[in-house]
Design a binder for this molecule. Structure first.
Ligand SMILES: *Cc1c(COP(=O)(O)O)cnc(C)c1O
Length: 402
């Protein structure tokens, strides 16, 4: 009998994690999406168009850059950076948005909705919608719309409508709830473009599919440059999309060590970090099972990270599975370590990283320092830091930087 590939095994579970724990109305909509995704994803025409847009619109392949100065600074293994920061719109998020927009078009859906926290996924979604001439509605917590006024304006420039959400704390979680409500109400013409490898099935699998371009490129690039696979691959983990995108094409290469870096924030107490794989326990959030951060027993914890894009109490279910199976390891980088890495990469390599990606730089340098100089570490530079410059400036002016 033909061996069932991981892809065909589409029950949405990764070991005990994942699944789809949603009300019946939403289950129907998700089933339609899932059918369409599995029907379309290997269609040659779809793949060809996606490859074309990745190349000529996003600017792929993103380079795999040997960071000589960073390597000398760490004093161990050779460090390569996967330059997802050079993508159009400045991060990996566009890979997923282009993939999902193309799927939406094939499904005949012309109205796109999405949630956004800091605004990065909102901007990438609005970009894809402008390209495909689709209506775009972005749900964003009201508090976040004020904190990220410039991103709200960017989305509006791109033709999107931003709907502030006042329910709850007026932040990301509330925006997700509103988007899901909209999705159920307008299922016939609406496509919900989820921004990370989280949520109910099929989203974690679908987002992985579109982000795996990162790992596929990195794998062939390192083979070309070094004629061998890397000893370590490292990425930051918020919801986990850039990480699973890098990791997935290497999972079967047992000699490659896989390391995810969670935001350690200011400490190990509830509310001080956003590191569920390090400090959380298995639970349930937004319709799927995964490691989740709790406080006071079973209340979903408040979270903190200096990087808004990593500030989420849950994590993609496949990372929970990779952790429990031992295939990947997860550790943290603190706010301060990320800030140090942010400045170091800026000064030593002339690359200002996103604060999210700076966590991966911090964690990857630690690993590299303990390896020999003929070994190789690939760090995913998930995004550029232009969006963070104002925040860093304020920290400097308030004397909050060491
Ligand atoms: C959003 C974002 C992240 C975190 O999201 P993942 O789904 O964990 O990848 C990381 N880096 C950058 C630059 C981001 O914008």
């Amino acid at each position: 009998m033909k061996k069932k590939s991981r892809e065909e095994n589409s029950d949405g579970f990764f070991g005990d994690f994942g699944g789809s724990i949603v009300p019946p109305e939403l289950a129907d909509v998700l089933e339609e999406l899932k059918q369409a995704f599995y029907e379309i994803k290997d269609n040659p025409e779809f793949k060809e168009e996606l490859a074309y847009l990745f190349k000529d619109y996003v600017g792929k392949p993103s380079p795999l850059y040997f960071a000589k100065s960073l390597t000398e600074e760490a004093g161990g293994a050779k460090i390569y950076l996967k330059r997802e920061d050079l993508n159009h719109t400045g991060a990996h998020k566009i890979n997923n948005c282009i993939g999902q927009a193309l799927l939406a078009r094939k499904m005949g859906k012309k109205r796109i909705i999405a949630e956004t926290g800091a605004g990065q996924h909102g901007v990438a979604t609005a970009t894809a919608c402008a390209l495909f001439d689709m209506d775009c509605i972005i749900y964003m917590g009201e508090v976040d719309t004020k904190r990220q006024a410039l991103n709200v304006f960017r989305m509006e420039l791109l033709g999107a409508e931003v709907k502030p959400v006042t329910a709850g704390d007026g932040t990301l979680k509330d925006a997700v709830d509103e988007a899901l409500k909209d999705f159920v109400q307008h299922a016939d013409d609406t496509f919900y473009m989820l921004g990370s490898a989280v949520g109910p099935d099929p989203y974690p699998t679908m987002v992985k599919e579109f982000q795996s371009v990162i790992g596929r490129e990195a794998r062939s690039q390192i083979l070309e440059k070094e004629s061998k696979l890397p000893d370590y691959i490292v990425a930051c983990v918020g919801g986990g999309s850039n990480a699973i995108g890098l990791f997935a094409p290497f999972v079967d290469d047992e000699e490659v060590n896989i390391l995810g870096i969670e935001p350690g924030g200011t400490g190990d107490k509830p509310g001080q970090n956003a590191a569920p794989l390090t400090y959380g326990k298995p639970g349930e959030l937004h319709g799927f099972k995964s490691y989740v951060l709790y406080e006071d027993g079973d209340v979903i914890s408040h979270t903190h990270s200096i990087a808004a894009g990593l500030d989420y109490p849950g994590v993609g279910p496949e990372h929970s599975y990779l952790k429990d199976s031992g295939r990947a390891k997860y550790t943290t980088a603190s706010d301060q370590e990320a800030l140090d890495a942010f400045h170091l990469l800026s000064e030593k390599e002339g690359i200002i990283p996103a604060l999210e990606s700076a966590h991966a730089i911090a964690g990857g340098m630690k690993v590299a320092a303990d390896l020999d100089e003929d070994q190789i570490v690939i760090i995913n530079l998930s995004g550029r830091g232009d969006k963070d410059v104002a925040q860093i400036k304020e920290l400097h002016e308030n004397g909050k930087l060491k």
